[in-house]
Design a protein around this ligand. Structure first.
Ligand SMILES: Cc1cc2nc3c(=O)[nH]c(=O)nc-3n(C[C@H](O)[C@H](O)[C@H](O)COP(=O)(O)O)c2cc1C
Length: 187
């Protein structure tokens, strides 16, 4: 297989991170890869907000938890009241991917950009995971106040986030099992 195909198969979600920070150079390369993703009509209405500040990440997690605590869903309530829950798995870097919800493909633009982020990260030896919870809670007033402060455009919805960092050296990556029967080829 070529390098690109190998990289695609090597990408996997990481949910335990060390404190080792992603370098400025690598973060810039990853964010540049995000901006090269395909997007509807090439409108580029998206925005990428990268956070590498531990205190701000903790504050964001607390705001998400507070929003979850208000939910009627027991699973979310439980997360909201948990003292250990961290939606971004204590990754040292989080990239918030947001977009104007005016076009029906806004979420797809963000998904394409996120996959570029994950693949670029993998190619640089950086681990990653899609994080949904800020998207789920971005319309909560407390979460929104914080997002505004961080520079996420006020007219944007968060469609996903990328946790970035390094898994502990002893992490064992299980070979991925891929479901059979999900592909049809007609010739
Ligand atoms: C739209 C979407 C939302 C996801 N949300 C989360 C999430 O909030 N937290 C998480 O740990 N993983 C999340 N994931 C990661 C998936 O669980 C993961 O991609 C899947 O289990 C396959 O594993 P792999 O990424 O290691 O190949 C999400 C993935 C996608 C595409």
């Amino acid at each position: 297989m070529n390098e690109v195909l190998n990289n695609i198969q090597a990408r996997h979600s990481t949910r335990v991170y060390t404190d080792r920070q992603v370098s400025a150079e690598n973060l810039n390369q990853i964010l540049q890869a995000a901006t090269y993703a395909p997007n509807g009509m090439h409108l580029e209405t998206w925005h990428f907000t990268a956070i590498q500040n531990k205190e701000i990440l903790c504050e964001l997690n607390e705001a998400v938890k507070k929003a979850f605590a208000k939910s009627s869903e027991p699973r979310l309530q439980e997360r909201g009241h948990s003292t250990t829950y961290c939606c971004y798995y204590h990754a040292p870097t989080l990239v918030i991917v947001s977009n104007e919800p005016t076009q029906w493909w806004a979420s797809m633009d963000c998904a394409c950009a996120l996959e570029n982020i994950f693949l670029a990260a993998r190619s640089l030896g950086i681990d990653s995971c899609w994080i949904n919870q800020i998207g789920q809670t971005c319309d909560d007033p407390d979460v929104r106040t914080l997002l505004n402060r961080l520079g996420v455009p006020a007219n944007h919805k968060v469609y996903g986030c990328a946790a970035l960092g390094y898994a502990p050296a002893d992490t064992v990556v299980k070979p991925k099992k891929v479901k059979e029967g999900t592909v049809t080829i007609i010739r």
